[in-house]
Design a protein around this ligand. Structure first.
Ligand code: URP
Ligand code: ZN
Ligand code: ZN
Ligand code: ZN
Length: 479
């Protein structure tokens, strides 16, 4: 067991900040001390195995990205990050835990889908990882299988109101799954978009020759998200199932969540960096270059889609993060290369695999909200680490810098700078970046996962297989 002392930094939690030294023994934090403390008269800095100087820097709990899709089969291809490349990129960006979505495909047993996900991840992760369970086919068998999820360390499962014929559940299926979830205490996660109506709109646009990536966002209009969010909330209300709406991007959907929360319901919302910074206008081609209006926009095809800046959706997401109508920021990391993957949809936006890769950049991108005054430093930590831990049953072990917690720690340099893009900061297995050219304040300097230094001095010291499977408990976020 080795010891590590992080000295001279400002420890930031979701509730405050203070100058403190952090002592790590083995995999755990053992003490948070007055700066320069000498424990029992010994010179602490001289007696530990390693000292990390965090003078002038923030010391924060390692990021938890609760929405990733490594190796997800989707749209006739597979998300391009493996658990190894994706979690390595996560580590570079200060994310020390991910929660990925194990998939049960229609017609397959839940246990089979889950075991396949363990196979993909086991021994390959650079950071700790847990799973949510996608239920892609709600029937008697999968409802029964939900009863075993908690024993597997899975306290949340996801349904889709989108993607008919793939992961889609109809209202009857949703109702049954939510009843079961309420009985078991599981958190229902919902992809809330009206899939059948979207498919009709997409077909009509296609038939009118409107086939470029931009029309992906037009087909997935905000009404489709508002309507589905409302319906999900009503079904959750009726069944008394706590509900977590994933990747919220429409301001009208935030209004639905806020209204439910005002009624005291256990309804939560997550947004993603892309919905805070990027917009549908980008896909149309703000540069005036017709190429952007043609296929370049495929880089930003994701669901829910990027939305119009002029309509104020981005502002509404920041507002929701401030008012706690949105509680978390995850990435929905679902990377596809342009070559051979996004390319599948050249000439037909419906065939572009959906997803953006950001697992590496979440802390930096969200720190910009601190720089611009959208959120406080403490809220930054809360949105990216502390709430994900509480929401998904990891509180105490993850999400805090406190004695007894796992030593998952990031030393963040507010005076540093990060250039995002391929050939710069880019360890994701993608041939492009949705964030190309973003120059951001702040820098992830040192990343510690369960006491092991994964990143320091611009070098990666981690390894595939360091990351452990996280058996999660029930959500700790209910009112
Ligand atoms: O575009 C996205 N979000 N792809 C991943 C699948 C999903 O809906 O989360
Ligand atoms: Zn989704
Ligand atoms: Zn997703
Ligand atoms: Zn630095």
């Amino acid at each position: 067991m080795s010891t590590l002392l992080i000295t001279g930094g400002t420890v930031v939690s979701s509730t405050g900040r203070s100058r403190a030294d952090v002592l790590v023994d083995g995999e755990r934090i053992v003490a948070v001390l007055e700066p320069g403390s000498n424990l029992l008269g010994t010179d602490l800095a001289a007696s530990v195995d390693r000292v990390v100087d965090a003078t002038g820097k923030y010391v924060i709990p390692g990021g938890i990205d609760a929405h990733t899709h490594m190796q997800l089969p989707f749209g006739g291809t597979e998300a391009s990050d493996t658990f190894e490349t994706g979690t390595t990129a996560a580590a570079w960006g200060g994310t020390t835990s991910i929660i990925d979505f194990a998939v049960q495909k229609t017609g397959e047993a839940v246990e089979t889908g889950l075991e396949a996900w363990h196979e993909k991840a086991r021994g390959n992760c650079a950071v700790d990882y847990g799973f949510h369970q996608i239920i892609g086919g709600v029937d008697e068998q999968s409802l029964k299988a939900m009863e075993t999820l908690l024993d597997e360390g899975i306290s949340s499962y996801k349904l889709f109101m989108a993607y008919p014929g793939v992961f889609y559940s109809d209202d009857a299926q949703i109702l049954k799954a939510m009843q079961k979830a309420a009985e078991l205490g599981l958190l229902t996660m919902m992809h809330a978009e009206n899939g059948p109506a979207i498919d009709v709109l997409a077909q009509q646009l296609h038939d009118q020759g409107k086939t470029t990536p931009y029309f992906h966002g037009i087909a997935r209009a905000w009404q489709m998200e508002e309507e589905a969010t409302h319906r999900a909330i009503m079904l959750a209300d009726l069944t008394e199932s706590p509900l977590y709406v994933v990747h919220v991007s429409a301001k009208q959907a935030v209004d639905q969540i806020a209204a439910a929360r005002d009624r005291g319901r256990n309804v939560f919302g997550e947004t993603c960096p892309q919905y805070l910074y990027l917009s549908l206008e980008e896909q149309l081609g703000a540069t005036g270059d017709p190429a952007w209006g043609e296929f370049e926009g495929a880089k930003w095809v994701c669901s829910t889609p990027l939305r119009s800046r002029a309509e104020g959706h981005q502002d509404a997401m920041w507002q929701g993060l401030r008012t706690n109508d949105l509680q978390m920021v995850s990435t929905d990391h679902c990377p596809f290369c342009m070559k051979d993957q996004k390319e599948l949809g050249r000439g037909d936006f419906r065939a572009i695999p959906n997803g953006i890769g950001s697992v590496e950049h979440r802390l930096d991108l969200m720190y910009q909200g601190v720089v611009t005054g959208e959120i406080t430093l403490e809220r930054w930590v809360e949105l990216t680490s502390t709430t994900p831990a509480r929401m998904f049953g990891l509180h105490g072990t993850k999400g805090v810098i406190a004695p007894g917690a796992d030593a998952d720690i990031v030393v963040y340099d507010p005076a540093g700078h990060t250039s995002i893009g391929v050939g710069k900061t880019h360890h994701m297995n993608m041939d492009h970046s949705a964030w190309e050219g973003y120059e951001v304040d702040g820098h992830v300097d040192v990343v510690v996962s369960r006491g092991s230094v994964l990143v320091s001095d611009g070098e990666f010291h981690g390894r595939a297989g360091h990351g452990r499977y996280l058996k999660r408990g029930l959500t700790q976020y209910l009112v």
